[in-house]
Each structure stands twice: as C-alpha cells, then as structure tokens.
Design a protein around this ligand. Structure first.
Ligand SMILES: [Zn+2]
Length: 274
C-alpha cells in the first residue's frame, strides 16, 4: 500500500512538472508569435551619447534612382534619377581618386583602410537598385547601404526579398527607411514607434541580420523621432542635410551629399578637396 502511495505521489509530481514545462513552452511560443511589439524595448531608457568625432571627413552619398529618366514622366522628380552612364562615370572617378567604400559602422569603429573612406547609400529600395546599382558596384568592387521602404518590399517596382538576400550575401548592407515613408514629424508617437521599430524587426526577419541603420523618410526628423530611433537599437541614422561629416558629428543625424541627375564628381568641391 505504501509503495502504491509513493508511486502515485511520484506520478502526480511528474505530471505537475510536465504541465509547468508545457505551459512555459506554450507561453514562450505565444511571446515569439508577437512579431510586432508596438513599443521599442528601451523606450524610457537614457539615450546613450551619439556624438562621434569624424576625422578625416567621411562623405555619405545619397542616391535614389539609377536609371534614365522615364520618357514622358513629368519633370518634377528628374533630379533623383541619375543615369547609369553618369553613375558609372562617378564610380570610375571614385576608384581613380582612391576612395574606398565603407558601411556606416565605420562611424563607430573607424577601421584603418588604405583608401579614402566613403559611404554610398540608396533610398527607397527601387528595383533599379538590383538591376543597375548592384552589378555596377560589383564591377568596381564597391559596397553600399540600401534603405528599402519595408512595406514596399516584394511590390512591383521595388526590391524583392530574394534580391535583398542575394545583395546582402555579396556584401551589401540593408537599413530601414520606415514601413510606409511617412513624415515622422506629423504622425503620432505610437505611429512613429511602429514606423521606426516594427520596420526594424520585419527587415531583420527578412535579412536574418540585426538592422542597425535608419534613414529618416524625406529627411524629416525631430527630437522625438531621434529618441525612438536611438531606443529602438539602431546605431546610425542618416538625414538629407547636404553636407559632409567632419569633426563632431551626431551618429543619429549623419549628413549626406545629395547626388542628383547632373552631379559630376569632378565639380563637387566636397569630394574633390578630400
Ligand atoms: Zn525616401
């Protein structure tokens, strides 16, 4: 009788342990299933200092489309279309003038390189990033950072997940340009959190890598947007202020040189004087 009681007690204990384990496991699964936490994990944390000292000057170039301007399109957006011929001339000029591409982690860890550092960035994740930019960069042995609008990935005219993975495997970096490209200064705080933080999580699921770089849509930012970017775990964020990065620079407000349709690098003092 005593033996049966002990066996029964043992059985009940094991059942208890099993139920606790099963419950923890299912809770864990439920947590993992919450793909889009609405609030960045460190929202109320102190923001770590983001000021970095940049010396020598590091230019970040901002591109959008690399393609001939579509015939018949109204001319309002002509400036953001750099022709493939001009783009190749620009890469050729960079190579001849001893520039070497780095990614934005250079601002935290300026590694010693043989050439002059430069960052190439491409906004919005257009299809021509794969069709035109990617082959040309490979031809010159350059790398770049691409900022897709995350909700547009796999849509017509924009990069696909497959293309992003192929480009990443060849040394290209991907940062977030938000979910839907809103003006971050004109939306609610919770919407801004979604745009900045959820886009990071989704892009990480696509790339399988931590996403550390953010690009403010339309170059619009305020202190609230900067705080959310910092607390979401990004390390850098780029603006559209048309300047070079030199001296004391905020890594959440990095300047970029606006490369337009008719930009010739030999006529661009910011590059030519480096
Ligand atoms: Zn954009």
């Amino acid at each position: 009788m005593k033996k049966i009681s002990i066996l029964l007690l043992l059985f009940v204990s094991l059942l208890g342990v099993f139920l606790i384990c099963a419950r923890s496991f299912s809770l864990l699964n439920q947590d993992n299933a919450l793909l889009l936490p609405a609030v960045p994990p460190n929202l109320n944390a102190q923001i770590s200092p983001s000021e970095v000292f940049v010396s020598p000057a590091v230019p970040i170039l901002m591109y959008h489309h690399i393609q001939d301007y579509p015939y018949g399109k109204d001319l309002s957006s002509v400036s953001i279309f750099v022709s493939p011929a001009n783009f190749e001339a620009q890469l050729n000029w960079l190579a001849l003038n001893n520039f070497q591409t780095v990614n934005l982690s250079y601002f935290q860890n300026p590694t010693r390189i043989s050439g002059k550092p430069i960052v190439l960035t491409f906004d919005d994740g257009y299809q021509d990033a794969y069709d035109q930019v990617f082959p040309m960069l490979r031809k010159y042995g350059f790398a770049a950072t691409f900022y897709p609008i995350v909700n547009n990935i796999d849509k017509s005219g924009f990069l696909t997940k497959k293309e992003i993975l192929e480009m990443q495997a060849s040394g290209m970096t991907f940062g977030s340009h938000s979910l839907s490209h809103p003006n971050l200064t004109e939306i609610s705080e919770s919407q801004a959190q979604q745009e900045i933080y959820a886009s990071k999580i989704i892009l990480q699921q696509i790339t399988g890598k931590e996403v550390l770089d953010f690009c403010y849509p339309g170059g619009k930012l305020n202190q609230n947007a900067i705080n959310i970017v910092a607390n979401s775990g990004y390390r850098t964020a780029v603006t559209t202020s048309n300047k070079i990065n030199l001296g004391k620079t905020d890594s959440f407000q990095l300047n970029r040189l606006d490369i337009q349709n008719d930009t010739r690098f030999e006529n661009l003092p910011a590059l030519d004087n480096l």
